[in-house]
Every structure is written in C-alpha cells, then in structure tokens.
Design a binder for this molecule. Structure first.
Ligand code: PLP
Length: 444
C-alpha cells in the first residue's frame, strides 16, 4: 500500500460508480454518503478504493478510528477471540472479555468513586439506556440536553439531539419531557464577546427550572463536552464545572456523551477531563473499540444499579469480538503515546488552519480541542452566513484530490478533522495541501 495519496483513475472510479448504482438500487435514500467511493482496503490513515486509488482519511469512520485502520493488536485480538467463540450473550453465560472491559472502563472513566459499566452496540443505544438508568435511579422523568447537540438516531437518542433537520423530519413524535438549552457557541453569539451572555451562562439552567421544568423533575443533564456533529464547538473553560455544580445542588445527574470526543481525540482519554468535571455517567462508543461495534455506559455504581433486574440488556451488547478489540484499542491509546500525538496533531492543524484563515476570507472561525479541530466557512465574516454550498464544494474537491474529510454544524458549513491519530506528519501535510487548494477554488 502506498504511504500517501495515489490517484490512478478519475474519482469516483468506474468500480466505485458501479457499486454506487447498486447502493441507490438496494439501500434507502435516508442514509447519506459523504463520498461515492468504495473502499477495498484500509491501513493506518489511508484508504485504498476498488479502483486502486489511495486516499488520506481525515474522517476515521466518523471518529471511530483513533487507533488507525487495522491496528495490529486490534486485528490480532479479534482473530484470537474468533478462534475461541464468537457470540454467547452476556445474559446467558459469563465471558471474560466483557467483564475485563467493564473493569477497565470503571478504572479509566473520570471520577474518584466506585463505578459500574454496561455494554451495548451503538452510541445511540447507550444513550437510550443512560436515559433509562437516570430515570430509574432518580425516579424523575425529564432530561435536559443541548441545542445543536447530537446523541444519535434511535427514538430516545434522537429526542435528545438538538437539531431538527434532517434528523427529526417526519419521524416524530419522539420521547416527551426533553428540554433543550443553548450550547455556549461564542463565535455565533454577538452578546458573548466579553463574557457568556444570559442564555449561554450556566446560570441559564436556573431560569429553565423557573420557567420550563421543575428541577425536582429533572433526572439528568446530558452534554457532549465538545459538540461533534454540532460543529466542534468548545465551551468556555469553566462552563461545565458550573453546570455540574448546579446539577449537584438539585439532585440531577450529569451525563457526558464522549462518543465522539473520547479515547484520545482531544489529547485526554475523555474530553470532559479538560474541564475538571466528574460526570455521574459517561457514554462511550466509536474509537473505544478500534472499528468494531460497541458502546458503554459507565457510571456511579449506585446509579447504575438503579434499574431493576432484567430491565437492562440486549442480545449482542458487549459482543466478545468487540470487547477483545476494545481492550486492545484502549491499550494502544494509553501505551502508544496517542494522547501526546493528538496534542501534536491538534497544534499543527490549528496552526495550519489559522494560516489558511489569514489567506481565505471564507474561513470565519478556527477552533478546537486537541485533534478535534474545525474551520467554520461563512459567506461573509460580518454576517457569518453559513457557506453551505461552498463547504460541500470544498469537500468534493478534497476527495477528488485524495483527501476524505467531513463537515458538521447546523449549517453544514464546518469542516472538521477526525483523522486516525496514527497519521504521519507527511500525510497530514499532504492533507493540508489538498484542503488549501480546495479552499482556494471555493473562494475564487
Ligand atoms: C456525540 C455522539 N453521541 C452519540 C452518537 C450516536 O452514535 P451511533 O451512531 O453509534 O449510534 C454519535 C454519533 O455520531 C455522536 O457523535
């Protein structure tokens, strides 16, 4: 496999186009596709397609591949596990990889208290179960989450998601008793220039308890420490510590959704560690398990024991292959210096994006935490009108030239980086060059 971009055909190539025709014929239009490229092989931070073209991957399967594609120890662990047993169901017999992973997550999740962990298959499924656990433990029904937040697409998780289009169109009614509050998005709030305005201050929660829902009815506040799908928005440093304090005062649980921000992406195992907050529950998935389907809810032991016997579970939750992969992947994040590497990648990306911002007026804002870096594209720096079409054009020019990269944000105008943390400096620089050329073309 090449160490960098190699393009042998037009993009998408003929075999990718053939597969795309089958995709359109046999799968529903509701699943969007960032690119029409069909992959035959992946390694580290590179993807090779069915036509023999090699791309640099800054999407990482939407933030699921922090340890890189086919990380050696992960594939070995999966193969060894496959030789022993594939599926048993943790509700039928015990098996060690499930328990070892629960033990590991209880050790590494933030919080100096006794914890327990339950495993599921997807981020959304873990979110749905966190709602059940919070309600069962507190005996309360309401949940507070954030505008622009994303927690998944199952009916429960979707209710918490704070963006209507496209996720909620035509599929409601969703879970009742969910209250969305504004996420402190200082770039877009003209009133937040000196300090957070009233709506973006943690104190706004108290206003919500006065005017919309009694604090005594709220089971949990759930938040992404850094917005993922919402556009990589980083809150002011003290924000979540204060939210947590208000939760504590009112007997409300604080849940951190680390599905996208966890496992090294921001330079810490969990993004919430940057803010010195110990959540009552942490939701993990994606990069926890090196490319296999797995999620977890880890929380205070007494909270996790809230639901009655039989109220939690699922046939495949904590599948042995995924648990074995996760144990190997977490080891890699902790022992192979990926946390420090995330800081380096983040600092370099931030520097390069800021330099691009000086040259390209279309870049309104550059922001991020660790290797979770983004640029927000606007048609006008004063009005901050989202440059939605130009962003789509930049993404297309990028993949046509060998870089696969994602957008995010309510206006689909934020370009974000979720590259595997094993990416080399050379591959990073190649990616910057492709992106900058695409930005130049979009601005022209
Ligand atoms: C922060 C966050 N929470 C939850 C989810 C849902 O995870 P899944 O797609 O595995 O259901 C996502 C997915 O992107 C996410 O980014």
């Amino acid at each position: 496999m090449a160490g960098s971009i190699v393009l042998k055909t037009e993009i998408p190539g003929p075999k990718s186009r053939d597969l795309m025709r089958l995709v359109e014929e046999h799968t529903p239009r509701g699943i969007g596709h960032v690119t029409p490229i069909a992959i035959a092989h992946a390694e580290g931070a590179l993807l090779t397609d069915v036509d023999g073209n090699t791309f640099i991957d800054w999407a990482g399967g939407i933030g699921a591949m922090n340890v890189g594609h086919r990380a050696g120890d992960v594939t070995t662990a999966i193969k060894e596990q496959a030789d022993a047993y594939l599926h048993l169901c943790f509700m039928v017999t015990l098996y060690e990889p499930y328990v070892r992973l629960a033990q590991k997550l209880n050790e590494i999740a933030p919080g100096d208290f006794r914890k327990k962990t339950i495993l599921f298959n997807s981020g959304s499924e873990a979110i749905d179960n966190a709602i059940k656990i919070a309600r069962a433990y507190t005996g309360r029904h309401a949940i507070v989450s954030y505008e622009r937040g994303f927690h998944g697409r199952t009916v429960g998780a979707l209710a918490l998601t704070g963006q209507f289009k496209p996720y909620k169109v035509g599929v409601g009614p969703l879970l009742a008793d969910v209250y969305h509050i504004p996420f402190p998005y200082t770039y877009r709030c003209g009133d937040c220039v000196e300090m957070p305005c009233d709506r973006h201050s943690p104190e706004y929660l108290r206003e919500v308890f006065r005017s919309r829902i009694a604090a005594e009815d709220v089971a949990a506040v759930i938040a992404e420490p850094v917005l993922g799908e919402g556009g990589f928005v980083v809150p002011p440093p003290g924000y979540f510590a204060e939210v947590k304090r208000i939760c504590e005062e009112n007997g409300i649980l604080f849940i951190a959704d680390e599905v996208q921000s966890g496992f090294g992406r921001t330079g810490r195992l969990f993004a919430v560690e940057h803010f010195g907050v110990e959540p009552d529950m942490v939701i993990t998935a994606k990069s926890m398990s090196g490319g296999t389907s797995l999620s977890a809810v880890t929380g205070r032991a007494e909270v996790m024991d809230g639901p009655a016997l039989g109220a939690l579970g699922g046939t495949y939750g904590g599948n042995p292959l995924a648990c074995a992969a996760a144990l190997a992947a977490i080891d890699i994040v902790q022992k192979d210096g990926l946390l420090a590497r995330a800081e380096e990648i983040g600092a370099r990306t931030m520097r390069r994006f800021r330099a691009m911002q000086e040259k390209h007026a279309i870049i309104g804002d550059v922001r991020g935490l660790g290797a979770m870096v983004a640029m927000e594209l606007v048609t006008d720096r004063k009005t901050k009108e989202p440059a939605t079409e130009a962003t789509a054009a930049v993404l297309r020019r990028c993949y046509e030239n060998g870089l696969i990269i994602l957008k995010s944000g309510a206006g689909s105008n934020v370009i974000r980086t979720l590259m595997p943390l094993v990416i080399t400096d050379k591959q990073l620089e190649e990616g910057f060059a492709v992106l900058e050329r695409a930005l130049g073309e979009a601005s022209a």
